[in-house]
Design a protein around this ligand. Sequence first.
Ligand code: 4G4
Length: 231
Amino acid sequence: MRIDFITTFPEMFAPVQTSIVGKALERGLVEIRFFNPRDFSKDPHRKTDDTQYGGSEGLVMAAPPLIEAVEAARSGNPAGGDRLILLSPQGKVLNQAQAKELAQCAHLILVCGHYKGVDERFIDLLQPEEISIGDFVLTGGELPAMVVADAVIRLLPNVVGGYASVEEDSHYEGLLDCPRYTRPRVVRELEVPQVLLSGNHAKIEAWRKRMALEATRRKRPDLLDRYAQGS
Ligand code: 4G4
């Protein structure tokens, strides 16, 4: 998979080069590129923002440098071969099902807005999908873009230890994860639940399912309503 970030702050993306995603990059399982709208600005100071028509406080990202940066990311591609995404508080809130769907795409282009947002003509002309990572406002789309990239990259084949490992994670099947334990067997007098030491895999599976349901009922009852409806 190829992921292009359209950003005026490429230096913010150091975190995506580390950890499991860093390994995926090294192994060539994912390719990341950066396109800086500043490089496409016609302004002598490479400005990408401007004051708003109609007045009001705050700057807006100008459409032309953003459009040209997206066109550069697309150059040489067949038409319609990518998914163009604008990270925005106005977007549909990301969930695991959507991350799974994005992981099927060969080329994602993630556009990071700043200031008060982006000129509406960018949206009208390129019709990006708008995705939000939650109902709150941030200074820029860079952190949300990294969140989307991370959620997607870990679902790619061979990135995380086997598909089964991500398949049984929290939010698969729409339930929260069950409690997990590793060595040592006793931590400050707290023992690992006996069932996990039993070697009885059917019993362990049943316990995990019960605990997942229990955790979901307690912490996220809203998810349980949807689970019961089978979606
Ligand atoms: C686009 C429009 C995403 C991008 C307006 C982006 C929160 C999220 C931005 C803005 C973002 C989110 C500056 C308001 C950048 N904030 N919840 N900020 N703003 O995913």
